[in-house]
Write a protein that binds this ligand. Structure first.
Ligand code: ZN
Length: 338
């Protein structure tokens, strides 16, 4: 992997990555303290890729860009790659500011809508039910229950949306960006590839430094999301070294294939840790979280860590290495061939 030798954009500026694509970097109020947003130059106007979180800081940054480096043409389209708050949060306000049409994949929009409309009480009840099946301590369940409005705090309003599907494309001033839809970090995440020029806006699927979170959906906790993500990684592991990758966090780089193989190895190591942990006794999701992440979590970390631990156990079950059983309302996973 090779980090591209380009200056990272500061507040109110963009950095050119090719003739038709620009990079901006917005602050986030999380431990992951920034997000990368991209702007594609087309004959119809700008196509913006992702909006940032809903906050006054994001509003200031967009005002500076729209009045500054992006001012010479209108915004034609806004693409929201997936439903996570740092990508969709400001989309509704950005639509109001620009009058542009907003595009998402249908499953990501439905997930955002569900999170937006679901009441705090209903959400707390669902979390408590799922965390009970995970075998989490009652203190953890109460912590999750007290974390109200996790989505709506950072997202308002939801945009009016039209749908994109795999194979759709965006014609830019210098190339063609093809839409791909992948599953793993989220269910139907949009990426954009210019195959001719070997450029890939991967957003959250092939981050250069962090292993992207791979979680099950609270409404479908048995799904093999890690299997889906590993299939994606296998697919992109054949991309040649000269492909340039533009991620949603950290920095643009070359070496998509190398990075994909590192992430595959990372998950295989973690699957092996869980096989070893289950050697004596069947393990719950809470046990698996201890093996993968340690024991102390804040409410939102609990959500991602438990979802990722469950995704790993589901994958071991899908491989035929583990069987799932229930005891006292808790799901346990045991080695198929101890
Ligand atoms: Zn994400």
């Amino acid at each position: 992997m090779k980090r591209l030798d380009i200056t990272r954009p500061s507040h109110g500026t963009v950095t050119a990555l090719a003739q038709d694509i620009y990079w901006a970097r917005f602050d986030l109020p999380f431990r992951l303290n920034h997000i990368n947003l991209y702007m594609i130059d087309t004959k119809e106007g700008w196509v913006l890729v992702d909006a940032g979180i809903q906050s006054e800081e994001t509003s200031r940054q967009w005002q500076a860009l729209l009045a500054g480096p992006l001012a010479h043409q209108k915004v034609a389209k806004i693409i929201i790659t997936h439903h996570h708050v740092d990508h969709i949060g400001f989309a509704g306000r950005l639509q109001e500011m620009t009058g542009a049409d907003v595009y998402m994949s249908q499953p990501e929009y439905e997930k955002a809508h569900w999170l937006f409309d679901y009441g705090d009480e209903d959400f707390s009840d669902l979390i408590a039910e799922v965390y009970g099946r995970y075998g989490l301590a009652s203190s953890h369940i109460e912590l999750a229950r007290s974390d109200k409005g996790r989505f709506t705090r950072y997202v308002a309003p939801l945009p009016q949306v039209q749908f994109l599907k795999a194979g759709d494309s965006i014609k830019s001033t210098h190339g063609t960006w093809e839409v791909r839809i992948d599953q793993g970090h989220s269910t139907a995440h949009i990426g954009l590839m210019d195959k001719e020029r070997q450029l890939y806006i991967c957003v959250d699927f092939l981050l250069p430094r962090i292993s992207p979170n791979v979680s099950v959906d609270l409404r479908d906790i048995d799904k093999d999301m890690l299997g889906a993500y590993l299939s994606y990684l296998k697919g992109v592991s054949s991309l040649e070294a000269r492909w340039q990758v533009f991620p949603g966090h950290d920095w643009p780089y070359q070496g998509a294939g190398t990075r994909a193989r590192q992430l595959i190895d990372h998950h295989h190591e973690r699957l092996q840790l869980l096989r070893e942990a289950a050697r004596q006794n069947p393990i719950s999701v809470a046990d698996a979280m201890g093996v993968l992440f340690g024991k102390e979590f804040e409410a939102h970390e609990l959500y991602f860590a438990s979802g990722e631990a469950r995704a790993h156990l589901n994958h071991l079950r899908a491989l035929g290495d583990m069987v799932q059983m229930q005891k006292g309302g808790v799901d346990y996973f045991a080695l198929s061939h101890p």
